[in-house]
Ligand binder design. Structure first.
Ligand SMILES: [Zn+2]
Length: 572
């Protein structure tokens, strides 16, 4: 029982067991290495965050248990630039074929290259998420000659590599169609960012198979063909579509890279990676993960990592954003509308093979309700073990607690309040301080950063027609048409306002007025008739206050509108 921890027996814990055992078998006494790879070929999407979150959570669990663990994040920034995304000047097409670090950043960026520009946004998000990693630039690795020995070795054994790759090539013969679900557009977008689209195996040209491709020293593109290679001297000759042709000594040449299907297993061996998950696009038969598993041992003397497949992460209802982002949100976009622990929780509570959606629509309010309920269960000790594990992984890492909002008021309440006040600070504070008069909010600081997240959500994700606009003047025409029953209900409401001026009080009041009118006790069980009367009463209030049939929850709305204005609009 001494070992009992809240983090036992969830998927993260089970992988940690497996990885620690493998680490002890493969490299006893050495730090355990887990890995992720990201290609900064464009905005790095929320779907790609799973590439980092999965090993992060496992690494964090390993560290919590007191083991040393390194999370290597490989920036595949020496990959070729493949296409110009929507929203970027078409003239960028002239850079197709160059390494991502050699392509200028999109117009207006303060960064020195395409890769740096897109890495920067991800690095910022990873910091906010509390993810500790060792970033490795593949441009730096390749151009510094770090892999020289591995490259020469792969070239020497190119025949063996070709033979392994060939088994998969013949399997994929035309006619033997793979019965795979086609990827939808979002999935293709995500695959684009993960290196899958670059699954070049370096297939043979006229001079045989070469697992290495030089970037041309004149045009800096990979539109090159190796025409000969001498194992003894390492003399490599290549031609380029730009017209350039040269012979270099590969043992001195640091201007090219291994093809992806050879590059990946080389790095497993080089770093000693024990755990590296991959997306479904990498895990199908004949995929780079499977083929890499055949190459890593015989060629590089390493072992394939434990590599679970992770499912795609979808998005629900994101409003149209700037076209330069192609409408697919990044972790940074999500962190503008939700706090880091909530985003971590979404990834921690689902096994990697379960897909899920990150809510940008109204669903985020329900999600936050669920999160607050979990928080309360943790506080009062009624939480279930698996939920406690996910909560713990969301709110802290081995390094400590993530920042949280000191006074986490319900997200939907904050959203309603900023919806009505338009973010006006004094007004917002006035309303928030009246929610619970016994324990009033005394400064907006207590409610941040959750308040800002709710405000950003209202401003960027809620369509104009769903925003709440409180009437300036009473709807005198409507008021004049009201029957006796409705007038009486408004009178009862206004009469009780002062006495019930808190979130709880007003909740009792708005539900209670129809009960009083029906001659029922305040705590009477609701009947279908009463429920209908309550709905009609609420619709009347919405009409008179905001000119629509629905709106934010009424107690919040009444507090936000303020007692004087409520009296004015309801005709007293
Ligand atoms: Zn060239």
């Amino acid at each position: 029982m001494a070992q009992a921890q809240s983090t036992e027996a969830d998927w993260v814990s089970r992988f940690a067991d497996e990885v620690i055992a493998e680490g002890e078998r493969r490299a006893p006494g050495k730090p355990i290495v887990v890995a992720s790879g990201l290609s900064p070929s464009g905005p790095i999407h929320l779907g790609n965050l799973r590439e980092v979150m999965t090993p992060h959570l496992v690494a964090d669990e390993i560290r919590r248990r007191g083991h040393e663990c390194v999370h290597v994040l490989s920036w595949d920034d020496y990959d070729r630039y493949r296409k110009v995304p929507a929203g970027v000047d078409a003239s960028w097409a002239e850079h197709i074929g160059k390494p991502l670090t050699a392509v200028p950043a999109p117009p207006g960026s303060p960064y020195g290259s395409w890769a740096e520009h897109f890495k920067a946004a991800m690095i910022e998000a990873l910091d906010e998420l509390g993810i500790e990693y060792r970033g490795i630039s593949q441009t730096e690795q390749y151009t510094s000659g770090a892999y020289r020995e591995q490259i020469l070795h792969a070239m020497k054994h190119r025949g063996d590599i070709d033979a392994i790759l060939d088994q998969y090539r013949t399997k994929a013969k035309p006619g033997a169609k793979k019965q795979q679900k086609p990827l939808d557009e979002a999935e293709l977008e995500a695959a684009e960012g993960s290196g899958a689209a670059a699954e070049d195996d370096g297939s043979a040209g006229g001079a045989g198979y070469f697992p290495y491709k030089p970037y041309c020293t004149v045009c800096n593109k990979d539109l090159t063909t190796v025409t000969s290679y001498d194992d003894e001297t390492t003399e490599l000759a290549y031609t380029c579509t730009c017209g350039h042709a040269e012979t270099v000594l590969l043992k001195e040449f640091d201007h090219g890279k291994l093809v992806w299907k050879v590059d990946w297993p080389m790095r497993w061996a080089y770093e000693g990676v024990i755990f590296e998950p991959s997306g479904v696009d990498h895990s199908s038969p004949g995929s780079s993960f499977q083929v890499g598993g055949q190459i890593v041992g015989p060629i590089f003397g390493g072992e394939q990592p434990i590599g679970p497949m992770y499912a795609f992460v979808g998005i629900s209802g994101m409003a149209k954003m700037s076209s330069s982002k192609g409408g697919v949100p990044t972790p940074g976009d999500a962190l503008q509308i939700m706090e880091a622990p909530l985003l971590r929780w979404l990834y921690a509570r689902r096994r990697p093979n379960q897909s899920f959606k990150v809510a940008f629509d109204q669903e985020i309010q329900r999600l936050y309700d669920e999160w607050d309920k979990l928080d309360a269960k943790v506080a009062d000790g009624t939480v279930l073990p698996a939920d406690a594990a996910a909560y713990s992984r969301a709110t802290r890492t081995a390094a400590g607690e993530l920042p949280r909002t000191p006074r986490p008021l319900p997200y939907r309440t904050l959203a309603s309040v900023v919806d009505i006040t338009g973010g006006h600070e004094a007004q917002t504070l006035r309303i928030l301080s009246e929610l619970d008069p016994d324990n009033p909010v005394t400064s907006l600081e207590e409610t941040r950063p959750r308040l800002e997240r709710a405000e950003h959500w209202i401003n960027t994700q809620v369509p104009a027609e769903s925003r709440t606009i409180v009437r300036d003047e009473p709807d005198t025409e409507h008021l004049a048409r009201l029957g006796e029953q409705d007038r009486e209900s408004l009178r009862l409401l206004l009469e009780g306002l002062d006495e019930h001026w808190s979130l709880d009080g007003l909740t009792t009041l708005v539900y209670g007025v129809p009960k009083v009118l029906a001659g029922l006790e305040p705590h009477a069980k609701p009947t279908p008739e009463l429920k209908a009367a309550q709905r009609a009463f609420f619709a009347l209030l919405y009409q008179l206050l905001v000119g629509r049939d629905t709106g934010p929850r009424l107690p919040t709305l009444l507090l936000a509108v303020g007692a004087d204005r409520v009296r004015k609009l309801l005709g007293a």
